[in-house]
Design a protein around this ligand. Sequence first.
Ligand code: BDR
Ligand code: CA
Length: 319
Amino acid sequence: MSVPVILDVDTGVDDALAILFAVRHPGIEVLGITCVAGNASLAQVVDNTLRVLDAVGAPDLPVAAGAVRPLLEPPRSAGHVHGLDGLGGVPLPPTQRRPEPVGAVELLRRLILEHPTPVTLVALAPQTNLALLLRTYPEVAGNLERIVFMGGSASVGNATAVAEFNVWHDPEAAAIVLDANVPAYMYGLDVFNRVAVEQEVAAALEHGDDPLGRVVGALLGHRIALSADEQEEYTGLIGDAGAVCSIVDPLALRTEVRPVRVELAGYGRGQTLVDLRGRRGEDMVHGLADEWANVEIALEVDATRLTRLFLETLGLAGR
Ligand code: BDR
Ligand code: CA
């Protein structure tokens, strides 16, 4: 039986990889996709998402546009990571697909409440749409299996020294989602940064004869200027796709259920604080501990196993 999922995306090079994987994996049924401003502007994210669906020959799936900006702050796209078009300049042909006439919150509500079994919400972007949904229609929580989100970190950040981009872009939204009493699974930078395809493999795909392989190879091969001296580097990260892989191969990851909360103030704004202590601390002893959400956090990953799953699902292993 396949897992019914809705993807919330800010496509995005690695959101694109995640969509390709989710559409192709027989264990996943994509009910629809909602879009939010993040890696690129909302309009660009919607267009990219529709083009990616064409690239993988997806059936007619509902796609809806959501929030144009975070709850409090202006949008701050990640053009230096994903390129100005959000897809790292990887050219995908224009599409005849059109977004739904309703917005993301309405589409999410309908898809979740109308589904006969609980739905898994897969958040691969800033969580603005999810927060608006949960504030507008809190009853959807009753038909959510869980929220699997790419975001946060129990260690290092990327947007800041301590904050991961998706949570940093809309910290209030992430805090609202964690507070919603829906089981949550965090696929954060602790594992995100480890799952990469080797450069020779990506290059062979990009220059091979399989049309989907060329797209995947080009997306993986997209280079990013991460160092201070602006040198562009190959990362080969499958990124958000790894969070989707975790749904069908959970044993490839080691997880722990830990208390988590989102910092909202100061330099730590957007950081996911993860309580990794194995003992009581003074805050608990003296009754000073706030409420934290208990979240299943992926802390280690068998990266080879996930990249193999990713490539095999797309029919690209050994090409
Ligand atoms: C996350 O931010 C975006 O750049 C990626 O698409 C991913 O969802 C990583 O921090
Ligand atoms: Ca993303």
